[in-house]
Design a protein around this ligand. Structure first.
Ligand code: GLA
Length: 649
């Protein structure tokens, strides 16, 4: 299509541009620039040094970190872009990245893989007629460690409107999840694990109009159900696999569904689902905010879809270095028992409140003397701390390496395991099941040994932030880890970043586009990842809620077989991931990591299938139809189609 801008640009081609103006990249508003670690730096490297590539120092430019992206609108001004790019010398030869200049969705220039020791590469791109440019830095496929990437001496030459940065191409948040009906329907996990004699708590997740009454036939001795709330409590002495039939009834009908209760050694038989305070409140968390989050969780109906944990992250402890009075106080009592900071005056009262709602409670600590936030850690007090968590009534512990760095002699496997074994032993002595969540960012291939220290889940990466760069580099780098996932053991690519997030008192709506959010939830469900909502639940909008309450999507995450999806095909920027489900069907994600829409094809041969198959769209909860050899779909930029494929009858 010829546009006015196109005609004008055509006229200008080859014509000397008298009013050409140079607009340095570092003079643009860089707020929309995404960055895989920290924030882009104007005129300096990531660590705040002068920009230096291959020994050459530059006075202007932008220091960023893979994966990074900036979209610039040129609005008809004929222009060119020039820069010198490379990995900054400050990482001393480490790191590897690729720089790409995209124009209207096409790659106009690519650096190829650049290593830390390479000399800078000169970029000179003609942008005549180009309407929008994206400056992209990828991790070159090997993770983002040390990827300090410089766009040095970078500038646009324009003769029309000034370049303007923009967050991302605008997208409408289209809700695909159908609304739950008024008749009862039971959702959530189909299997739960509990150790003999340990407190059991399960709230039957059911959608439908209230009032509703509940039943549970075949409960093992020791458990009782409150028929009005659907909350099952008690404890079971005898080991065994108990088949229970849950029922939910209202004036419009009745629903039944099986629940297997496994009384044995293993817990967290499906990935834990809940909320954690970090990605919204971070250091600003208080007991009151946690209580309100629990109320909002119930009010939003999340428990009706199987969500069950309310987890407190860092900053419930005293933080010795802080000037904030609400973070000060005695660290421990005379017996060495840890004392919460003044924001958490009554831990037992708080977990009683959470348990009263039929939900479970989680807490955070570090094996080092200090947590990542600089608060009191468990080093040397592991026994007392585990006893306190149990006495307070916590059901989940995230144990975050952090300052243990200063205690470990080296990064040998023995040293990496040691602090987790110490807490493992301390937890095992408590008369309470506490889900053990290891957080050490994947060091020493934790997936391979997390189970040996009784870890139920383990972080496989650094911290996530609400950018496509962060989400996609973390999510898609999980390929291969599927070998280690099974009931009771889950790889954890970090918490969810949909809704209002912000890591402190000031929150903002997630910077992910709607399609990126569909990708996030679809991928985390396929990965059988723990699902911990990271947003302010009191500001939950309809779109975010729809992402978190699609029972057919959540079923992919909670499938009792406990498999994790693996990548089965990759073509350019498109990928197909598949997860084996207990009923013999496959959950399949068709992803487009590219900047423009693309057709993605899931071939039966890649999925190990043959013959006629029925394809169901899980977000829309609708049958798409039968296919013989493959399923193909047009997938938007950074989007996904999540389907379930079963043999046709
Ligand atoms: C680390 C973890 C985060 C969070 C903070 C708390 O960065 O990876 O998830 O727990 O510590 O300080």
């Amino acid at each position: 299509m010829t546009t006015t801008a196109g005609i004008l640009a055509g006229l200008w081609m080859g014509t000397p541009v008298s009013a050409a103006e140079t607009v340095p990249l570092d003079k643009l508003d860089l707020k929309p620039m995404t960055c895989g670690w920290q924030k882009p730096v104007v005129g300096k490297s990531m660590d705040g040094n002068p920009l230096r590539i291959g020994g050459q120092v530059f006075a202007s430019g932008v220091g960023t970190h893979a994966a990074s992206e900036l979209n610039v609108i040129l609005d008809g001004g004929a222009a060119s872009f020039s820069a010198v790019v490379g990995v900054d010398d400050e990482v001393e030869g480490l790191g590897s990245v690729e720089f790409i200049v995209m124009g209207d969705g096409k790659a106009l220039w690519k650096s190829g893989v650049m290593k830390g020791s390479d000399k800078g590469k000169k970029v000179e791109v003609n942008l005549t007629g180009v309407k929008s440019v994206s400056l992209v830095v990828t991790d070159a496929g090997d993770g983002i460690n040390f990827d300090h990437a410089d766009w040095a001496a970078a500038a646009f030459t324009v003769s029309g409107a000034k370049p303007k940065t923009e967050a991302v191409p605008g997208e409408e948040p289209v809700i695909l999840t159908p609304k739950a009906g008024p008749a009862p329907k039971i959702n959530g996990a189909k299997v739960v694990g509990v150790r003999p004699g340990r407190p059991f708590l399960f709230r039957i997740p059911a959608t439908g109009e209230r009032p509703m009454s509940f039943s549970a036939a075949g409960l093992p001795s020791g458990l009782t159900l409150d028929p009005a709330t659907g909350i099952i409590t008690g404890s079971v002495a005898a080991r065994g696999s108990y088949k229970v039939e849950l029922g939910a009834k209202n004036s419009l009908g009745a629903a039944v569904r099986g629940l297997r209760i496994e009384v044995g050694d293993r817990i967290a038989l499906t990935p834990p689902m809940g909320w954690n305070s970090w990605n919204c409140f971070a250091h600003a968390v208080t007991a009151d905010k946690v209580r309100r989050a629990a109320d909002a969780f119930i009010k939003a109906g999340l428990a009706e879809h199987g969500w069950s944990y309310i987890n407190i992250d860092d900053f419930w402890e005293v933080c010795p270095g802080s000037r904030d009075a609400t973070l000060q106080g005695p660290e421990r009592d005379a017996e060495g028992r840890i004392l919460p900071n003044p924001r958490f005056p009554d831990m037992k009262g708080l977990t009683d409140y959470i348990h009263g709602l039929g939900l479970k409670a989680g807490l955070y600590s570090s094996p080092g003397p200090r947590t990542c936030g600089g608060c009191v850690g468990s080093f040397g007090f592991e026994e007392q701390d585990a006893a306190s968590y149990a006495a307070w009534g916590f059901d989940y512990l995230k144990y975050d390496w952090c300052s243990y760095n200063g205690k470990a002699y080296d990064r040998s496997l023995a040293e990496l395991k040691k602090p987790y074994q110490t807490m493992q032993k301390a937890l095992a002595k408590q008369n309470r099941d506490i889900v053990y969540s290891l957080c050490q960012y994947g060091m020493g291939q934790v997936s391979a040994w997390g189970d040996s220290v009784d870890g139920n889940c383990w972080r496989t990466t650094g911290d996530i932030t609400d950018s496509w760069a962060s989400l996609s580099s973390i999510g898609f780098s999980q390929a291969g880890l599927e070998a280690y996932a099974k009931p009771g053991n889950w790889n954890d690519p970090d918490m969810l970043i949909v809704g209002h997030v912000g890591w402190g008192p000031a929150l903002h709506p997630t910077r992910l586009t709607p399609n990126e959010q569909y990708t996030h939830i679809s991928l985390w469900c396929l990965l059988a990842s723990p699902l911990l909502i990271g947003c302010d639940l009191e500001q939950l909008d309809e779109f975010t809620l729809s992402l978190l309450t699609n029972d057919e999507v959540l079923e992919v995450n909670q499938d009792p077989l406990g498999r994790q999806a693996g990548r089965v095909a990759i073509a350019g920027k498109t990928e197909v991931w598949a997860k084996q489900m207990e009923d013999g069907s496959l959950a399949v994600g068709l992803f487009n990591r590219g900047e423009t829409a693309a057709t993605v094809t899931a071939e039966w041969s890649a999925l190990g299938l043959s013959g006629k198959q029925v394809v169901r769209d899980l977000w829309r909860q609708k049958e798409i139809g039968e296919q013989d050899k493959a399923f193909a779909a047009e997938i938007p930029r950074h989007g996904v189609a999540l389907v379930r494929i079963r043999p046709a009858k």
